[in-house]
Design a protein around this ligand. Structure first.
Ligand SMILES: [Zn+2]
Length: 455
């Protein structure tokens, strides 16, 4: 099976050494990876080829074998957990895919610092340890996230202010929106880190009610796919503030961060990434899933972890090819950074793929791109109910419902196929999932995620 993997030529020796060391100690000492040893082509083989020969670590594996299966120091772990040297924290996600992971704060902090270094302006601001406000689901796992009413002082941890106390932002009252805007204006953060779905709702409120919101130096968007309609609302409330997207998870640390030129770069200080394209039937060789290996973690051994997300590689000028060769993975970027994977876009979750009427995969990013043609749209979810039937649930600006209902059908039919049966249905709100994340698309019939990749 021809699966592309990262090329060794574009990496520094220190990175390759970290890859080799991570593989060595995981295969030698982490109980979960004992059964992988027989598949390892051996230490004389370049790390990239060794990674490519190994299976995938799934969220289900984490649920079943964390923590002892995923540490290369199983004998010392109990004492280290008791002393607080390492912690076991819950990851975000639905009940089904919620798990726990070994958490070492210094490793996380180093990963975060290295990721910020991938964006020149952001690194400069972070170096000053600035005031930073956080707007996410309050169940995000951080220690001072909280559901319920707490005064601002109790939601402030040093330079950090946690704004939200409500699991569903659709339920924010005008008083809560005003409180968050007032707190931003008092706290004057230089950075605002936000889940784009949540910030879009607050931004829409601010614009609709004529509220001026403090403009931070940067807004970093993370936690979930930033939909174009959300970006539109955020830009209206924060005109001129640069939006910096970053991608990571509780399990993997910070994985990809957008540079000042708009390209996502791999955080090679703390992770290795294997890229597996969608199978050729889907005709998008530069889109695929990423399997992330945590590097330099003193406690956690996590190799080729299936994050559940898709990326679209930056174009190297070989876009017409049917497959991605190893050398095509490090596209040049005008920022000058040349190490690791370069990614044009996070394409959404694998489980949120939908399909054209002929069965070709449509990523959340492709679906989302069609919404640029739909004016006055505030939020949406596309539900594919059968192989050729699609329901576009949407919320629009007041008074624009009928216009959006009509405007949505044509671009969606173009995307899914001339025989697609598209129905647009207005809603008063789109609810988040139990995890607090918003699902933009869903195919409501059985299909196998694992069969989407490889030849
Ligand atoms: Zn760049």
């Amino acid at each position: 099976m021809p699966i592309a993997t990262t090329t060794e030529a574009a990496f520094r020796p220190v990175y390759l050494a970290a890859c080799t060391e991570t593989l060595k100690r995981a295969l030698a000492h982490a109980p979960f990876y004992q059964s992988w040893r027989a598949l390892d082509p051996g230490q004389d083989v370049p790390a990239a080829r060794r990674f490519a020969a190994l299976p995938v670590t799934t969220k289900r594996d984490l649920r079943r074998h964390m923590p002892h299966g995923f540490t290369h120091r199983p004998v010392e772990l109990k004492a280290a957990l008791a002393m607080g040297e390492v912690e076991l924290v819950s990851t975000s996600g639905t009940t089904d895919d919620r798990s726990s992971v070994l958490w070492h704060q210094p490793w996380w902090d180093a990963s975060e610092r290295a990721a910020a270094g991938l964006h020149a302006g952001l690194a400069e601001v972070l170096a000053r340890a600035p005031h930073e406000a956080v707007l996410t689901n309050p169940l995000c796992g951080a220690t001072v996230c909280h559901v319920g009413d707490l005064p601002m002082a109790e939601r402030t941890l040093g330079r950090l202010l946690f704004l939200n106390q409500q699991p569903d932002p659709n339920r924010w009252t005008p008083a809560e929106c005003d409180r968050m805007i007032d707190e931003l204006n008092r706290f004057q953060p230089e950075l605002l880190e936000a889940d784009p779905a949540y910030l879009a709702i607050l931004a829409h409120y601010a614009v609709a009610h004529g509220r001026t919101v403090h403009a931070p130096r940067f807004i970093t968007l993370t936690y979930e796919f930033p939909a174009r309609v959300q970006l539109r609302q955020i830009r209206r409330a924060f005109p001129g503030v640069p939006l910096v997207s970053s991608y990571g998870s509780t399990e993997t640390g910070h994985v990809l961060t957008v540079c000042e030129c708009g390209t996502f770069h791999q955080n090679t200080a703390s992770c290795h990434i294997d890229f597996q394209p969608l199978s050729s039937a889907h005709n998008q060789p530069r889109t695929g899933r990423i399997l992330v290996t945590a590097l330099n973690h003193p406690w956690l051994s996590l190799v080729r972890f299936e994050t559940g997300d898709l990326v679209r590689l930056a174009d190297t000028g070989n876009g017409g090819r049917r497959s991605v060769a190893a050398a095509d993975i490090n596209a040049p970027c005008s920022c000058g950074r040349n190490e690791g994977l370069t990614v044009a876009a996070i394409a959404g979750r694998t489980r949120d793929l939908t399909f054209t009427t002929t069965g070709v995969a449509v990523t959340v990013d492709q679906l989302d791109a069609t919404t640029e043609e739909i004016a006055n749209l505030l939020s949406y979810r596309l539900e594919q109910t059968t192989r050729d039937a699609y329901t576009f649930r949407f919320v629009s600006e007041a008074g624009a419902e009928a216009r959006v209902q009509t405007a949505a059908v044509e671009p969606l039919t173009r995307l899914y196929g001339p025989d697609a049966r598209v129905t647009a249905r207005r809603e008063s709100f789109i609810a988040p999932e139990q995890s607090g994340k918003f699902r933009l698309a869903q195919a409501q019939f059985a299909w196998e995620q694992e069969r989407m990749f490889g030849a």
